[in-house]
Ligand binder design. Structure first.
Ligand code: ADE
Length: 231
């Protein structure tokens, strides 16, 4: 899968993508990440990417021209397997389900907003959709784009060692993941549930399902309202 990032801070991604799962996946060819500096599509001496909002107000907006030019030169042809996403707090809230949806595309181009956002014509006439990673405002879309790429990349075949580890985890069944323990079986007097210490696999499966439900009810009761979608 191919990812493109359009940003005014190309160095930002040195951190998140230089190590860990995404870096390893890029090394063995499961994915490719192309980082594009938005300023490459400016034509003035100061390489201007922003301007004041019409009607007044705080802050600056990303101008439409460099963003349109960038996307149109990265992808002269738009096809259904290519999706342009504008990272913005106004977007649809990113979830595990959307991560799986995005996996269906061959290429994604994520536009990282800065300042107070981007000229609305980017959302209306260039991006296929706006995505938010949560109801809070970041200083830019870079962190949000890194979150989306990480969540999608680890679902690609072969990226996370064992396929089961991305299937049996939080949100995949509409609940949180079940609680888990490792050695020692007793630590400071706190014991690991007895059922997990034996070899009754059916019993362990049933126990985990129940424990996941209980934990979800306690910490994220909102998730249980949608549980029937996963039946
Ligand atoms: N840019 C600023 N805040 C954001 C958010 N919550 N999600 C995505 N992009 C953003």
């Amino acid at each position: 899968m191919k990812f493109h990032l359009l940003t005014i801070f190309p160095d930002f991604f040195e951190g998140p993508f230089r190590q860990g799962v995404v870096a390893r996946a890029a090394q063995f060819g499961a994915l490719e990440i192309n980082i594009h500096d938005l300023r490459a599509w400016t034509h003035d001496l100061h390489r201007t990417v922003d301007d004041r909002p019409f009607g007044g107000g705080e802050g600056m907006l990303l101008k439409p021209e460099p963003i349109f030019e960038a996307v149109e030169s990265i992808w002269p042809v738009r096809t259904p397997n290519r999706k342009v996403i504008l990272m913005s707090p106004q977007g649809r809230t990113f979830t595990q389900r959307i991560a799986r949806e995005l996996l269906e595309h061959d290429e994604l181009l994520l536009i990282c907003g800065r300042y107070e956002g981007a000229d609305e014509r980017v959302a209306e006439h260039l991006a296929d959709e706006e995505l938010s990673i949560g109801d809070y405002v970041l200083s830019g879309g870079e962190l949000a784009a890194a979150v989306v790429i990480d969540a999608v990349a680890r679902l690609l075949p072969g990226v996370v060692g064992n396929r089961d580890s991305t299937v049996n985890e939080s949100f995949e069944e509409g609940t949180l993941d079940c609680p888990q323990w490792t050695r020692p079986a007793e630590f400071r007097g706190w014991k690991v549930p007895e059922v997990l210490l034996g070899g009754n696999h059916a019993g362990i499966r049933a126990w985990r399902k129940q424990a996941a439900l209980e934990k979800t009810r306690r910490l994220r009761p909102d998730l249980l309202k949608n549980l029937s979608d996963f039946a």
